[in-house]
Design a protein. Structure first.
Length: 93
């Protein structure tokens, strides 16, 4: 499923809204040149549809575009990066 992902830099999150249900991927900057994905949330009405994966890919694309090293305090993001290790291993802090 492909959907619109919004990046709210002020709130440090990627979000999407679909059929009244929201999902978000929050992040912080713990050090210069490092982004830490801290929390993923997907409303129950969107779970199991690949929404979290879409958010993860958007966040990681942002990090790559900005040449940021990636930390994954969020357990979902840690497992996502592990599952796609070949694609993202070189980005990890």
């Amino acid at each position: 499923m492909s959907m619109s992902i919004d990046h709210n830099a002020q709130n440090q999150e990627f979000t999407t809204l679909r059929k009244g249900h929201q999902a978000e991927l929050a992040y912080s900057y713990p050090a210069e040149g490092v982004i830490d994905f801290t929390h993923t949330f997907v409303d129950e009405g969107l779970r199991g549809q690949g929404v979290a994966d879409e958010l993860a890919r958007a966040g990681l694309a942002f990090a790559k575009d900005k040449n940021l090293k990636v930390k994954t305090s969020c357990t979902f993001m840690a497992s996502f990066v592990k599952r796609h290790n070949a694609e993202y291993a070189d980005m990890l802090a």
